[in-house]
Design a protein around this ligand. Sequence first.
Ligand code: PLP
Length: 385
Amino acid sequence: MLSQRVRQLEPSPIFALDAKVKQIQAAGVPVISFCVGEPDFDTPESIRQAAIGAINEGFTHYTATPGILPLREAIAQKLQKENNINYSPAEIVVGTGSKQILYNAFQTLCDQGDEALIQTPIWSPYIEQIKLANAVPALMPLQPPFKLKASDIEARISSRTKVVLLNSPSNPTGAMIDASELEKIARLAVSRNIYIISDEIYEKITFGAKHISIASLGEDIKKLTVTINGFSKAYAMTGWRVGYGAGPKEIISAMSALQGQVTSNTCSISQKAAFAAISGDQSPVEAMRSEFEKRRQFVVGQLSQVKGLLVVPPEGAFYAFVGVESLLTPQCPTSQAWCARLLDEARVAVVPGEAFFAPGYFRLSFAASMRNMEEGISRIKAYLK
Ligand code: PLP
């Protein structure tokens, strides 16, 4: 018998859908997929060259578990310069994607029965990771425009609340937390002595409002915050598996000790690539962001014209989270069924809201070429006519 822990694990619905779409495509059916959550750009050339250099120089051995010092120093500089937070390299741990760092943070902060507050719609791995830490995900369901407020947290807080997860800009809605609310959330967390795990992976992909790190709002909140970020989205480095966490030394050392017993350091070559990414020319980041902005405009403009679809313009990330509630019928009663039909009949794949604990919606990733978006959206329009 498998352990209770893995038996209760929900497999990633997005990976499952993506596998199904690939299977259909392999059978020759021209499906257009808007499922994936990764930039469709190649990793910039200078980053790739740094990795090739690392291989050729024989930089292929174990490194320190929390990552090579030059990389942690460069991350510390970035956090100081861009996010206005002072961390020393000893307060930074680099791991196998921000996903592993998130897992380590929940394992480090949560005990049996602790509650972790989390907004929905939300990226599902957080929920599974909270459960793997024997904690309880306490959901805060948000309505359009899906912007988390301090009052949402206050309404859900209990004596068992240990941590609040923030994800701004958010996957899947692209919503950001307003600066004034972030201030209130910080005050609330400090007054109730609650930890914050702040996943800032989409910070560089924004379309107006500037991202603010909660840990920059004062020493008191910094002491309670683990700031998490990574290279996957900003630098188109999903496959390289580099993410990091920054926070109080005691927490970061514990996360590093945990990682030391599980994976040790992330790939040495990827660390050199990440160092090149963070310390080199940043213009590819802006080039990708501005391309995402064009696509966002296209998607929002096009889908807003379609009767029955509820489109909330995303403030960041590369997803549109679209409501289909008014299109549901007794024959097609859920967004899951609606998305399955869209795939079967229009050959367009989007992720149903159920995958984000938010039925009645779908997520369309605009990390796809303009050509595919034009074709895919015209198929959606034709299907709904
Ligand atoms: N956080 C969010 C909100 C994400 O959407 C993702 C990936 O889709 C991650 C974290 C994980 O990123 P990685 O592990 O590649 O750094």
